[in-house]
Each structure stands twice: as C-alpha cells, then as structure tokens.
Design a protein around this ligand. Structure first.
Ligand code: NAP
Length: 281
C-alpha cells in the first residue's frame, strides 16, 4: 500500500512558516504584505476560491482586499483597476481570479499585472523566467507539487517524470520545474499513448481534469503519484484524475483527493505574496 502524501499537513506547515515570517517582517521592518484579489462576475467556484484566499491571507497576518466587479465591467475599466493596484505600494501581490467574462481578454489583463506582483506566476515574463531557469514568481499549484515531492523525500534527479496535461497554469510549468530539478521529463496530452507513457514514470503528475483517467494498472510499481485533478461528481464527491484505490496498490506514495495538492495551492500563493513583499524572488 502506498504512503499517503498529506497535503493538508504540509500546507499547514508552509502557512505556519509564512505566518512567523510575516510577524518578523512587521516587527523588524514595519512591513505588512498585502494581497489584492480581483473577482469579476458571479462564478460560484471563483467566489469560493477567492474567499479561501482572503481567509488564508487574513489568518497569516497579511493585508488583503477583494475588488469585486460586475460581469458587465469593460476591459478598459478592468485594466484601469489592475494599473491602480500596480501603482499601490501597499499591494505586493495581485491576483485576478479566472475565468474572466468572454468580452475580456484574460491574457491582456494578466500581462498588465506588474510581473513583480504577479503572485499567480502567470505573467509571460514570469513564464519566460521559468522556462529560462531564472528566478521569478512561479505558478502556485506546480510549486505546491514540488514541495510535496520534497516532503515525500522523492528523488528527482535522473529519474523519469511524466506530466499528464499541458496547460499553462499546471502542466507546462510543472514539467519545467521537474526539468529544473534534473528529472527526465515527458509531457502528455490528448494525443499521447497514456498507458505506455504512464508506465515509464517514476514520478507521475496528473493534471487533466478527467475523473479517474489514469488507471491503477498503468502505474509503474513504486512510482510516486501526484494527482492534481479536482473533479466534482454528480453525487457531489470530489475525485481526482487517478483511480485512487488501484493506484495505491502499485505506487510507493500518492496524494489523496481531496487533501493532497488542493491545500498546497493557497499555501504557495501565500508564500509567493510574502516573496513579492520582500522582493525575495
Ligand atoms: P486544462 O487547462 O483543461 O488542461 C487539461 C490538460 O489535460 C490539457 O493539456 C489536455 O490535453 C489534457 N487532457 C485532457 N484530457 C486528456 C486525456 N483524455 N488524455 C490525455 N490528456 C488529456 O486543465 P488545468 O487547468 O491544467 O487543470 C487540470 C486539473 O487540475 C483540473 O481537474 C483542475 O480542477 C485541477 N486543478 C487543481 C488545482 C488545485 O489547486 N488542486 C489547481 C489547478 C487545477 P490537450 O492539451 O491535448 O487538450
């Protein structure tokens, strides 16, 4: 049976470390990290995510502001809001919750965020920095996965890592981070021969958004399996992209859903905000 990688416990440790550093910053430099979250429209999932981020920011002693705008906001008005936050010295991190309404060019909005305040790590400059192996703010979910792998004492150097999914927010940055850690990396997508590729993986990270896409029997015995997927079933249950029961029989370590990668994303967002506040990238 695989060892469970407890994302909740690791995330709690990350948050406790951030909280202690925030207290030190306040005491020594009179500096309070500030996170501004922009939410547009009434997407229910976005509301839940933003509430979680605000709550975490408050718990860790950050200043936090939610700028909620109606779905009818024009692109120019939203750009003006982002520029105002860019110029505000109390705001160290800016997060624009996606998705945005269709009439707004999300890429333009993201590119307008000051890259040094881009705590989501989605700005093209930060994506470029990651791809060049240079320091920069990194996307939170793959950063959280790297932390989980570290906590699970998973050796990466020289080992085969397979990432299922090539999105700009999870799959691609994940593959680059694993490459930077000297793994030999394969990226899979819809045209890939999944059973063959997955069967090669010493480390498997799945971010496809398809419930139980990865069958347990494909997994190489002893592999470390990280399931980023969060899929809500009709009965309301949350399931990952990996068949958990059968995969646990073959993997040496595996993340559960929920309680695996999910809690890490917000924790790493807090870590990124602290990094942005201290200019410590
Ligand atoms: P996305 O933008 O929809 O990308 C999904 C990727 O998976 C695409 O590259 C797609 O391939 C690939 N894919 C889909 N079906 C596939 C299949 N049958 N075989 C092989 N590849 C397939 O999704 P995302 O934003 O990266 O998110 C992925 C999952 O992670 C979702 O469940 C999401 O909820 C979850 N997520 C969780 C967190 C967290 O905090 N835990 C954060 C972000 C995302 P193509 O490129 O060929 O279409």
């Amino acid at each position: 049976m695989a060892q469970l990688i407890d994302g909740k416990a690791v995330a709690a440790r990350v948050r406790a470390d951030v909280k202690a550093e925030v207290e030190r910053l306040k005491a020594q430099r009179g500096l309070t990290p500030g996170l501004a979250v922009v939410r547009v429209g009434e997407d229910p999932a976005s509301k839940i995510y933003v509430n979680g981020k605000k709550k975490a920011a408050q718990e860790l002693g950050f200043n936090s502001w939610e700028h909620h705008r109606d779905a009818s906001i024009s692109q120019d008005e939203l750009l003006a809001l982002v520029r105002q936050l860019n110029a505000d010295p109390a705001v160290h991190g800016i997060l624009v919750q996606l998705p945005l309404p269709r009439h707004i060019d999300a890429e333009l909005i993201i590119s307008t965020v000051n890259p040094e305040k881009d705590v989501d790590g989605f700005h093209p400059l930060n994506a470029g920095r990651l791809s060049l192996g240079r320091p920069g703010l990194r996307p939170c979910t793959p950063l959280g996965v790297m932390r989980l792998l570290e906590e699970a004492k998973c050796e990466l150097s020289g080992r085969r890592a397979v990432v299922v999914g090539r999105s700009n927010i999870v799959g691609k940055p994940q593959a680059l981070m694993l490459l930077q850690a000297d793994a030999t990396v394969t990226i899979c997508h819809r045209k890939s021969d999944l059973p063959r590729e997955v069967g090669q993986a010493d480390i498997l990270v799945v971010a496809a958004g398809v419930p139980e896409l990865i069958r347990g029997e494909w997994i190489k015995p002893g592999a470390v399996v990280i399931d980023v997927g969060q899929n809500r079933k009709a009965d309301g249950k949350l399931v990952g992209d990996v068949e958990f029961q059968s995969a646990s029989q073959r993997a040496s370590a595996i993340t559960p859903v929920p309680g695996g990668v999910g809690p890490m994303t917000i924790a790493m967002l807090m870590r990124n905000t602290l990094t942005a506040a201290t200019g410590g990238v």
